[in-house]
Design a protein around this ligand. Structure first.
Ligand code: ADP
Ligand code: ADP
Ligand code: ZN
Ligand code: ZN
Length: 769
């Protein structure tokens, strides 16, 4: 180890996950980038050691009472961790807040606008809460500030080709013969044998919205009880506390409703009074619907001579808005629901919040902040990291992007390999030193690849025409089949909208491999997800002459303490849940008697601790298969796990919880289950997320093999190494949001090199050194 500085975070003997007694110094007040192949141990150092210990030490400074309310962190496995400063983790986990949270509320810019309207809006609606859709004073009474309402879906509810007697009402509680149905069919108001599509407008209105008639039901007459179908449905299922309904009833009702824009506020979420109040000719909802850059221009236009107070408040909003633009999010609008943002956009929003704060002496920790960023935007990202540092903070970044690595004051390269082959610091020093180092990252930095010249010839074309969704301006999109197509463009240019919504919507046969959460139980592991676990259990059962169920971690053989999860979750009302290793089984998930049963000398827990790569060797030649029985099962397991290795996940253990995987890892895990098809159209959104330069080469080989096997591959990607290997490139732009939404180039990557007016082309030329 080099000289010891007082101004360094010092770690000795770190052993989380695969770390091999790592000793490390991280300079304070500097930007340190952690590099290395996936699974080498970057996160284990940065998140699981530094950030966790910092949080734990901070919690210890609170009183016993407060401490008891905070999540408990187990001390990371390390000998010493010294001179930490409080850490703030800026990751890609979804932003909370639910349906009420928008870009405007998350950044607090909407709160500034509310102050502006309460002071300067004409007519004023009142104080600042009168403009808040999260406050009863300001929220639209119809939709409670959500902007959308649940409404009956009449297309599903009624079959207008039929009569009431003929079953026109499809909703089961009002089926022919029921008491509910009688209200309509035997009321005397309608001809029960007349198909609904021949009703007069008046009859139609009566059927849906009529109210307060005396009606007959069978032989009896009822006073003023008639209620049209829509009124009745709303009262019973919509305008009430739906949590009182059974889950079954709710599921049934869900089939007959549709989410729609609130008819009262038109989606603006606010009361009529708030929407009438104008500043610079616009309502607050109209302001929130503008793109950030446009809003900034409008607010700048408020004249301090005429509106001294308003101009001062607006100036505060402008400062915050320009920060958003500065990080490449100028195409968003304040009314954009948080739930519709991508992980990368969310991370950059969180960054903006921290930039606005005046904290100093903190440690900021970032997880691959370049995700979703076009190479041309990475420069702005670097500016932000530098500004955080220059405010007196320590900045730690896990990153693969060579342009982000370039901004580092200090680099820590983990490796050399993944899992058991990693866990060491293979290089620590300057970027220049790393570029000369004999490590996978050093070699990756030195390698400059050219643009592919001999591209494949398309077999045919798949098309979507005149797409106008979100910002797309009547785009005709043609995707060649039998080749590798890459869609590029700056953030917000419309790539996801065009590919994941329009194209996939028009071609439902496409195999979409995305980064979304895998809807599986807390016990799911790569082995169960791939369907390899049944065969593993069968092999253990046959070998030991016991039932296979014993080896299932949700049945008889499971540890009773943790029910086979290996960990214990403690839920806290308002905090992140705390997870600790189960003491009864020490994380091994099984009862002791099950752990005594072996296959080729290994217990089931030991098999689950193997990486996919190790397990391929274990179940392959020389493994249980060679022992005689169970050859088919072993071969099946080997084949499924080999797919994991093929997609670059050979370092995952069979028993690792699927919920602990990153977005990029989840995407590759899904890909592993969908390999070996032919004639398919694969659609992937940024598959290089989380991949080291060395792993990108492996991913490219895999994509090439998919194409050679007779598939069509369509990817959204920023990584220029992927763009260079494409057969066909479609570049969207020229900018983001309203300034994007057009195809600025479609053709071969070679042709892109010569293209003008495309920022992707500029970056591609720049990358050739
Ligand atoms: P990187 O950040 O470089 O991709 P990680 O630090 O996430 O690498 O992982 C290093 C090793 O630790 C890998 O072998 C990985 O499978 C393992 N690992 C990571 N998280 C866990 C976990 N929660 N439980 C068990 N093993 C883990
Ligand atoms: P890219 O994938 O190139 O980053 P997107 O397709 O995500 O771009 O976005 C294109 C435009 O559509 C942007 O202006 C973005 O704000 C807008 N947009 C994307 N998704 C939504 C959504 N769910 N609701 C409203 N606007 C959206
Ligand atoms: Zn409303
Ligand atoms: Zn247990």
């Amino acid at each position: 180890m080099g000289a010891t500085h007082d101004d360094s975070i010092r770690i000795t003997g770190a052993r989380e996950h695969n770390l091999k007694n790592v000793d490390l110094e991280i300079p304070k007040g500097r930007i340190t980038v952690f590099t290395g192949v996936s699974g080498s141990g970057k996160s284990s150092v940065v998140f699981d050691t530094v950030a966790v210990e910092s949080q734990r030490q901070l919690n210890e400074t609170f009183t016993w009472y407060v401490r008891n309310q905070l999540p408990k962190h187990e001390r990371p496995k390390a000998d010493t961790i010294e001179r930490l400063s409080p850490a703030i983790v800026v990751d890609q986990r979804p932003l909370g807040g639910g349906a009420r949270s928008t870009v405007g509320t998350l950044t607090d810019i909407y709160a500034i606008l509310r102050v502006l309207y309460s002071r300067c809006g004409t007519p004023s609606a009142g104080e600042a809460t009168a403009y808040s859709f999260n406050d009863p004073a300001g929220m639209c009474p119809e939709c409670a500030g959500l902007g959308c309402t649940t409404r009956i879906d009449l297309d599903r509810f009624l079959d207008t080709g039929r009569s009431l007697n003929g079953g026109a009402i499809r909703f089961p509680p009002l089926a022919v013969g029921t008491a509910g149905w009688q209200i309509y069919a035997t009321s005397g108001l309608f001809d029960p044998d007349k198909p609904l599509d021949r009703y007069t407008p008046r009859e139609w209105d009566l059927l849906l919205y009529g109210k307060g008639f005396t009606v007959k039901r069978g032989e009896r007459a009822y006073n003023n009880t008639y209620e049209g179908l829509v009124e009745n449905f709303d009262r019973r299922y919509v305008k009430r506390d739906v949590s009182a309904l059974s889950e079954k009833a709710r599921a049934m009702v869900r089939g007959f409703v549709r989410e729609g824009t609130c008819p009262v506020c038109g989606g603006a979420r606010l009361t009529a009074a708030a929407l009438k109040s104008l500043v610079a000719g616009r309502s607050i909802a109209e302001m929130a619907a503008l793109e950030v850059t446009e809003l900034s221009d409008v607010l700048r236009g408020i004249d301090p001579a005429e509106e001294p107070v308003g101009a001062a408040v607006a100036a505060r909003a402008v400062t915050a808005l320009d920060r958003l633009t500065g990080i490449g999010l100028g195409y968003l609008s304040l009314d954009r629901p948080a739930a519709t943002l991508s992980g990368g956009e969310g991370q950059r929003l969180k960054m903006v919040r921290h930039l606005g704060s005046s904290l100093t002496g903190m440690t900021y920790v970032f997880d691959e902040p370049s995700t979703g960023l076009h190479p041309s935007d990475v420069r702005r990202l670097n500016d932000l990291l530098v500004r955080l540092r220059d405010k007196g903070n320590t900045v730690l970044v896990v990153e693969h992007d060579r342009d982000v690595i370039a901004v580092a004051d200090h680099v820590v390269d983990m490796g050399p390999g993944a899992g058991a082959q990693g866990g060491e610091v293979v290089f620590a020093g300057t970027v220049r030193g790393l570029a000369a180092a004999d490590t996978p990252t050093g070699r990756g930095l030195r390698r400059v690849t050219g643009v592919k010249a001999d591209v494949r010839t398309p077999v045919d074309w798949l098309t979507v025409r005149d797409v106008t969704l979100h910002n797309l301006k009547g785009v005709d999109f043609r995707v060649p089949t039998g080749v590798l197509t890459v869609v590029t463009g700056v953030a917000g240019s419309g790539k996801s909208t065009l590919v994941s919504e329009a194209f996939v919507g028009a071609h439902p046969e496409a195999v979409v491999v995305d980064q979304s959460a895998i809807g599986v139980s807390a016990r799911s592991t790569p082995a169960t997800y791939l369907g390899a676990m049944d065969a593993v259990r069968a092999l253990f059962a046959r070998e030991n002459g016991v039932p296979a169920g014993l080896f299932s971690f949700n049945a008889a053989g499971a540890c009773e303490e943790c029910r086979g999860r290996g960990v214990i979750h403690t839920d806290l009302a308002y905090m992140d849940p705390v997870t600790s290793t189960c003491e009864a089984c020490r994380g091994r998930r099984y009862k002791d008697e099950v752990l005594g049963l072996t296959l080729s000398g290994r217990s089931v827990a030991e098999v689950l601790e193997m990486t996919a790569e190790e397990a391929v060797a274990f179940f392959g030649a020389g493994g249980p298969a060679a022992a005689g029985s169970g050859g088919d099962e072993a071969a099946g397991i080997e084949r499924k796990l080999a797919a994991l290795v093929e997609v670059g996940l050979g370092y995952l253990t069979l028993g690792q919880s699927v919920s602990s995987l990153s977005g990029g890892e989840r995407q590759r895990l899904k890909l592993a289950t969908r390999l070996h098809r032919t004639g398919s159209v694969y659609v992937l959104d940024e598959p290089t997320t989380g991949l080291h330069m060395a792993d990108v080469a492996g991913l490219l080989e895999l994509l090439d093999r998919l194409v050679d096997d007779g598939n069509t591959v369509l990817v959204i990607e920023h990584d220029l190494d992927v763009v260079k290997r494409a057969d066909w490139v479609v570049d969207l732009g020229p900018g983001g949001g309203r300034r994007g939404g057009e195809i600025v180039y479609a053709g071969t990557p070679r042709g892109l090199l010569a293209a003008r007016g495309s920022v992707t082309a500029d970056c591609l030329r720049g990358s050739l050194g």
